[in-house]
Write a protein that binds this ligand. Structure first.
Ligand code: NAD
Length: 255
């Protein structure tokens, strides 16, 4: 029970990595505020209603993030962990064909969302003096090009450096801030890739470039988030934890 007595907020909790993490955090003793923009957080909370409270919110809205922090304090009297996980992909056209509106849409949730989590939850956690953990979902797309559209790639690279400056910001407060860089994980976001591969009969190709010979599943990222949320990672700070089966660890020509 690594999170016994702790309170966690998880964004993007209606699907994929956020849902798996909410359930895993709760299974390890946390009280969880599971939040999503869609309403699907209700289905997540229904799987463990004693530990998980569903709250509909936009993780890229400053007012909503403040509301979520207030809700955690109102319900549980404390906040220890914020998993800024909500994100969107899109904008797969080349840079010359992209609009400012598309960039703003993607950066708002993928990069400004984590900033708001650090600003509001981080401040409350630091001021409480008990220490804590902020985790932001980046991506292997933030480490190299070719794993997402231009705005997505830039936003995830931004998240990786954001957690580094946040770790400095929290100096002396025992609040840690880290990123997770998932590889290809089967979730709502990547459903179109899996569906197309299955339709065309080349599902096995999905894992072909990966030393593990497969894509990942949401729980494999949730386990990494649990590690970063808990005191087991007490000296891990300002770090981008790659969880990709080894996809980005070697030169592509090696395969
Ligand atoms: P998903 O689509 O299954 O889940 C994302 C959830 O975020 C959805 O439920 C969606 O409604 C929610 N969301 C979107 N915008 C929101 C907003 N403004 N406020 C609140 N919630 C919002 O996808 P996932 O793969 O679980 O994505 C989780 C994170 O993992 C994202 O940040 C994504 O970029 C990142 N990621 C995913 C992969 C992958 O292969 N699936 C790889 C690398 C990184």
């Amino acid at each position: 029970m690594d999170l016994q007595g702790k309170v966690a907020i998880v964004t993007g909790a209606g699907s994929g990595i956020g849902r798996a993490s909410s359930l895993l955090f709760a299974a390890h003793g946390a009280k969880v505020i599971a939040t999503d923009i869609t309403g699907k957080q209700d289905e997540t909370a229904a799987q463990n209603p004693d530990a998980i409270t569903a709250v509909q919110a936009d993780a890229s809205s400053e007012a909503d993030v403040q509301m979520l922090v207030a809700k955690a304090l109102e319900l549980h009297g404390r906040l220890d962990v914020f998993f800024a996980n909500a994100g969107i992909s899109g904008g797969f056209d080349g840079i010359f064909d992209q609009t400012v509106e598309e960039w703003e849409r993607i950066l708002k949730i993928n990069l400004i969302g984590p900033f708001l989590a650090i600003k509001h939850a981080g401040k409350v956690i630091a001021d409480a003096g008990n220490g804590g953990s902020i985790i932001c979902t980046a991506s292997v797309a933030g480490l190299r090009s070719g794993a997402g559209g231009p705005a997505y790639t830039a936003s995830k690279a931004g998240v990786i450096n954001l957690v580094r400056i946040a770790a400095q910001q929290f100096t002396g407060s025992n609040v840690r801030c880290n990123a997770i860089c998932p590889g290809l994980i089967e979730t709502g976001m990547t459903e179109f890739i899996y569906t197309k591969a299955r339709e065309k009969g080349f599902e096995d190709k999905i894992g072909q470039l990966n030393p593990m010979q497969r894509g990942g599943v949401p729980n494999e990222i949730a386990e990494a988030a649990l590690f970063l949320a808990s005191d087991r990672s007490s000296y891990v700070n300002g770090h981008a934890l790659v969880v990709d089966g080894g996809l980005t660890s070697s030169h592509p020509y090696a395969r």
